[in-house]
Design a protein around this ligand. Sequence first.
Ligand SMILES: [Zn+2]
Length: 309
Amino acid sequence: MKFLLALLLLVVTQSFSFAQKDEAVVIMIDPGHGGSDPGHESVNKNHLPEKELNLIIAKKVGDYLSTKVDNVTIIYTRTTDIYLSLDQRVELANSKKVDFFISIHCNGNPDTKINGTETHVHSMSSKKSVKLAREIEKDFRTKAGRKSRGVKDTDDREHTLQVLKFTEMTSVLVECGFLTNPKEAAYLNTTSGQDIIASAIYRGIKNYLKTENGSQTAEKPVAAKENPKEKPAEEGSWTVQIMSSKEWMDTEKGNFKQLSQPVKREQVAQTGYKYIYYSGNFTSVEAAKKYRDEVKKNGFTDAIVVQKK
Ligand SMILES: [Zn+2]
């Protein structure tokens, strides 16, 4: 169906004779690790391991791209929790002759203070990859409000990354944040955090396509508004994430009842700390911080301010 739609769109665009290429732009999204390889573990043992976060974020990026940008085809290296070697990932990308390869990872470091996003390329001389990486980091910094550690190449990290070195197309590896940093790990384990990260990656790719591919990949005008992170800070765009739990908890009971604002529970996963509790609705981050302090005083010491979806 999608193929048919893409074909139809091509017929339409060709009548204006600016399609330079007869196929859609093909983007391979590679959720890092999987199966027996969990990737980095969070400082909080009850958080999801890197492999699961990578998959969640990767699917969100793919969904955004396929629903909001015309004429793109999304292929994943994996959509379930399976193990794939680095060679297999490279082989998949090269054999399918995709236009872009985007690998999604979360970082780790023995120093738990280190936090922020990074986008990796093989070499600073790979102009297109560097440009794409810069677009993604720019969105992390400006729209998602994350700390960007910038674009890194082989020299910066002092080792090569196989999926970047051997893939024959524009390729980047995105590190969405450090699971070894308690605050960032908590953020990456929230649905809103995952949404914000995914939409920044999506927007970076979209902006790159806009300038590099021009009319070939037009943004879908109506759907673009649905992107939550493109909304300006409007009424009630901030909330306080109170805590997460493995078990279902009654939001009308216990310490929740002491809070001045109602508490909302959201299920974010099937296992582990699957429920997250939010409270409050604020127009400014300052107001949300004030309320967070109240929440903390009521015994929820891990409470943080988050942007609503
Ligand atoms: Zn990784």
